[in-house]
Ligand binder design. Structure first.
Ligand code: ASP
Ligand code: MG
Length: 604
């Protein structure tokens, strides 16, 4: 019999009527011929109330006791839910994390799942029960209660779906599903019928707070198909699996991260180890760095720019100050009035002329771009915070995200009856070998960092425009011209422009470098830039996997491995599922070797 996992968030179990409504949904699914596992969060704002209570007692509650306290929220919900199912005439058994056998590490308040036993749940299901599992909690080796971090019930639900080989994991929440952007910021946002794991991961990390990022990482890793739906209505919701909504659409969603701050370390010697010196100090303070942009060196000195959450600016500046002194950097610039606007889409990896559409939309609004960083499936720009909402809406509009895509059926574009979607879904599941999942999970950390691949691309060249005026429209014009020449641009970085001059670097196929330089020179004349430099061959190294962001050490590991081999990093970009670095063309194989060795212990 197929198994369905149904997760109900706090708002979906906020009072007795809602608990009964949730119980009815589960019973209905059982009557349709499924075995049903419910995963339940604490009622309403109960977790917040418990946190509050703890802080009324002390400013520093011990983490172990915090977990002891917070786990009670879910215990209340599961007991009431089981009673609700009983009252409706059906069988149910509630279980805490410990009773299920959800083993975690001992990092209280943000524990990671190590293994889950399925026997007890399976026996209860086979005996006709609805199993009601407490979300968000587990138990460590010493039988201490642990919790998975705020919002962690999603992760419990997806993990249970993975080990039980569930047909689907339904997430019931107070929104209708996943939108193209935050509807509170842009009322024209549209509900997506589906979205791919990678896109969802990028959007979740950008603050599209529909689901806990870790739960999506899990789902991707184990091929769990997720269905996000409203608990209040019977609307179709959003499917999250390996497929984007439309195979033809370059962009699936847009997001705004409002509270960002930028830091630039100026005049850093362009030698191996400089990036490591800066970012290892920042990482030591547990600050997540984003949009790392290093401009290409002039006279042996480079500028390293990056963003941090605004609230962490002070602490990041301390870290950077130390590094700057050690490196003999010429200065540190910063600003805390910026926001990041990003577009995300699996489709952009295969198309030309995507970035320039975004830049054009911003230029037409007169919005200046302070920094640019792109990865295979994401383009992010930094803009003034005052421009942020206007920027988001302009970009959303430019990619037509408010309109329902005309082609959403994969079988139409890929021929063959039955559809490529089904085949792709089948192969995604085959790749994760569901029959083996349970076996593989025992004794391994389910949430451990997993690297799928370390690869080298030696087909690209670099072009840099130096001293680009830091004014609206420059990036738009540049990449429109490059796209008009039919040149596929892979990476783009624009450094923060101090003294009103930025540098704009991009990579192109090596056999198009001469033509790209020509275009860049022509533009450099128009913009009165300082000049154009290029490198006929660069090596791009990519480390891809799952959990690259929640395990912030990945980029540091890469910097360290390259520094040890005396290899200089010229460009870098990061996303949820991939970190790319560009090094000199002659150093590709050595860099590949260094990175492969550095990642060996976390390789799938
Ligand atoms: N009750 C926990 C929280 O609010 C877990 C969850 O809701 O997912 O963080
Ligand atoms: Mg909650």
């Amino acid at each position: 019999m197929p198994i369905i996992v149904q997760k109900f968030g706090g708002t979906s179990v906020a009072d007795s009527q809602k608990i009964l409504a949730a119980a009815r949904k589960a019973i209905r699914a059982q009557q349709q011929g499924n075995q049903v596992v419910m995963v339940v969060s604490a009622m309403g704002k109960n977790t917040d109330l418990l946190v509050d209570l703890a802080h009324q007692i002390t400013d520093h509650p011990p983490a172990r006791e915090m977990d002891m306290l917070l786990a009670t929220g879910e215990q209340v919900s599961v007991a009431l839910m089981a009673m609700a199912v009983h009252s409706l005439g059906h069988k149910a058994v509630s279980l805490t994390g410990a009773q299920i056998g959800i083993k975690t590490d001992s990092i209280h308040t943000k524990a990671r799942i190590q293994s889950i036993s399925t026997e007890r749940m399976q026996q209860l299901l086979d005996a006709g029960n609805i199993v009601i599992a407490a979300g968000f909690q587990g138990i460590d080796e010493e039988f201490n209660i642990t919790t998975l971090g705020r919002g962690g019930s999603d992760t419990t639900a997806v993990a249970l779906a993975a080990v039980l080989k569930a047909a689907t994991c339904e997430i019931y929440t107070d929104v209708d599903g996943v939108y193209t952007t935050d509807p509170r910021v842009a009322p024209e946002a549209r509900l997506l019928s589906r979205i791919s794991y990678e896109e969802m991961l990028e959007l979740a990390s950008l603050g599209a707070g529909v689901m806990h990022s870790r739960s999506i990482e899990f789902a991707k890793k184990f091929g769990v198909s997720i269905h996000v739906r409203s608990s209040l209505s019977d609307t179709p919701g959003t499917l999250i699996n390996s497929q984007p909504e439309s195979p033809d659409q370059p962009v699936s969603g847009a997001a705004l991260t409002r509270d960002e701050a930028r830091i630039t370390v100026c005049g850093v010697p362009d030698v191996p180890g400089s990036s490591l010196a800066v970012f290892s100090r920042v990482a030591d303070r547990n600050i997540t760095v984003d949009m790392i942009v290093q401009n290409v060196a002039e006279n042996g000195k480079a500028d390293i720019s990056f963003t941090v959450p605004r609230g962490e600016l002070k602490s990041a500046l301390e870290a950077v100050g130390e590094a700057a002194a050690e490196l003999g950097a010429s200065g540190v610039l910063f600003g805390d009035d910026v926001a990041k606007v990003s577009v995300v889409g699996l489709g952009m990896a295969r198309q030309t002329g995507v970035a320039d559409r975004m830049f054009r939309a911003l230029a037409d609004e007169g919005i200046n771009i302070e920094m640019i960083s792109t990865s295979e499936i994401k383009i992010s720009v930094l803009v003034a915070r005052d421009d942020a909402v206007r920027a988001l809406r302009a970009v959303h509009q430019a990619f037509g995200l408010q309109d329902i895509p005309t082609i959403t059926d994969y079988s139409l574009t890929h021929g063959a009856a039955g559809g490529a979607a089904k085949r792709a879904a089948a192969s995604a599941r085959a790749a994760t070998d569901p029959a083996d999942v349970v076996a593989r999970l025992q004794g391994v950390n389910m949430e451990e960092l997993v690297i799928d691949d370390v690869s080298l691309d030696q087909t690209q060249a670099r072009v840099t425009m130096m001293g680009v005026p830091d004014t609206p429209g420059v990036a738009a014009k540049t990449f429109e011209e490059v796209a008009a020449a039919g040149i596929f641009v892979d990476m783009i970085v624009q450094s923060y422009g101090h003294e009103s001059l930025a540098s704009l670097t991009f990579t192109v196929p090596a056999d198009r470098v001469a033509q790209s330089v020509e275009v860049a020179r022509r533009l450099a004349d128009t913009f009165h830039c300082k000049g154009v430099t290029s490198s006929p061959s660069v090596a791009k190294l990519s480390v891809s996997g799952v959990g690259l962001r929640s395990h912030t050490g990945v980029a540091i590991r890469m910097f360290r491995a390259l520094t040890e081999r005396d290899i200089n990093v010229a460009m870098i970009n990061t996303s949820e599922v991939r970190v790319n670095v560009v090094v000199d063309g002659t150093q590709g194989p050595a860099a590949l070797e260094a990175l492969t060795a550095a990642m060996a212990d976390v390789r799938r």
